[in-house]
Design a protein around this ligand. Structure first.
Ligand SMILES: [Fe+2]
Ligand SMILES: [Fe+2]
Length: 279
């Protein structure tokens, strides 16, 4: 079977958080209440619509893989109080609604497990969401995995949720390059296949770095998320002074060449300062 030409690479949707991607019609709660999107959510939803249109335009009907790298739902993150509902069935239902179009149109859907504080201690809520969205299960029957290994037309892709974070622009490439280099060193050490591309989420920021190899360029990618700055993010410099972006990857493989690509959309700082709470 030939692999799809495109890899749509997203993560960190955090559905259920009041500053994150949410259904267009509003976040629905058991019993019938509807929480309408606030200002920052409307901006993130507009970016999500633009991203999905870019996916349609670029793929132009060609099949694509949809990869979600975790933090699909917000969960009850360190018992914080900015969730729209702490009923996880509500969060899962709304997450499925948000992701249904992009997953329905995919040739193959895969999910990685996110941070346990969001995904559930055993990633049980991501399991639930991924199963409902048609994710391809592991041999063991799980709909999510910690690490996704994929043979993409003869090139090995290695995806996972976590990666080191930094507040310094000049250091953004360090952790992604280190992770790629470690994997390739380990592969050499033990005679394993070296990955040709790795991709990570968690840091909610887009980066692409690469190095030549005897199998073409080897790439290391991180993708933006789909969430505004939470109270936690202001504890670090990038949260206080950085530009908030949302987005995802639209990677292409053709004629033996992987071309990674990140689509990122800046969210207006005035929305970020309001945090969507004071409208
Ligand atoms: Fe996240
Ligand atoms: Fe995370």
């Amino acid at each position: 079977m030939t692999s799809p030409e495109y890899l749509i690479d997203i993560g960190d949707t955090h559905v259920g958080h009041r500053l994150a991607l949410t259904p267009e019609r509003g976040f629905h709660i058991d019993g019938g209440s509807l929480v309408l999107p606030n200002g920052i959510q409307r901006a993130i939803n507009e970016a999500w619509a633009r991203f999905q249109q870019r996916v349609r335009d670029i793929t132009d009907g060609a099949p694509y893989i949809l990869l979600h790298k975790g933090d699909a739902v917000e969960g009850v993150h360190h018992r914080n109080k900015d969730g729209l509902s702490i009923n996880m069935v509500d969060q899962a239902d709304n997450c499925v609604e948000v992701l249904s179009d992009i997953c329905r149109n995919a040739a193959e859907v895969y999910f990685c497990r996110g941070t346990p504080a969001h995904a559930g201690a055993d990633s049980e809520w991501e399991e639930h969401v991924a199963g409902r969205l048609g994710a391809i299960p592991t041999e063991g029957g799980a709909y999510t995995r910690q690490v996704w290994f994929y043979n993409w037309g003869g090139y090995l892709v290695h995806a996972a949720h976590h990666i080191g974070v930094t507040s310094v622009h000049a250091s953004k490439a360090t952790a992604p390059m280190a992770e790629l280099a470690e994997l390739r060193a380990t592969a050499g050490q033990y005679g394993l296949r070296a990955p040709d591309m790795i991709t990570r989420g968690h840091r909610h920021d887009g980066t692409i770095v690469g190095t030549p190899s005897n199998n073409g360029m080897a790439w290391s990618v991180t993708t933006p998320g789909w969430q505004g700055k939470t109270g936690f993010s202001y504890k670090v410099k990038s949260g206080r002074v950085g530009q908030l972006t949302v987005g995802g990857g639209i990677h292409h493989l053709k004629n033996g060449r992987i071309r990674p690509w990140i689509e990122a959309y800046a969210i207006a700082p005035e929305l970020e300062r309001l945090g969507g709470n004071n409208e």
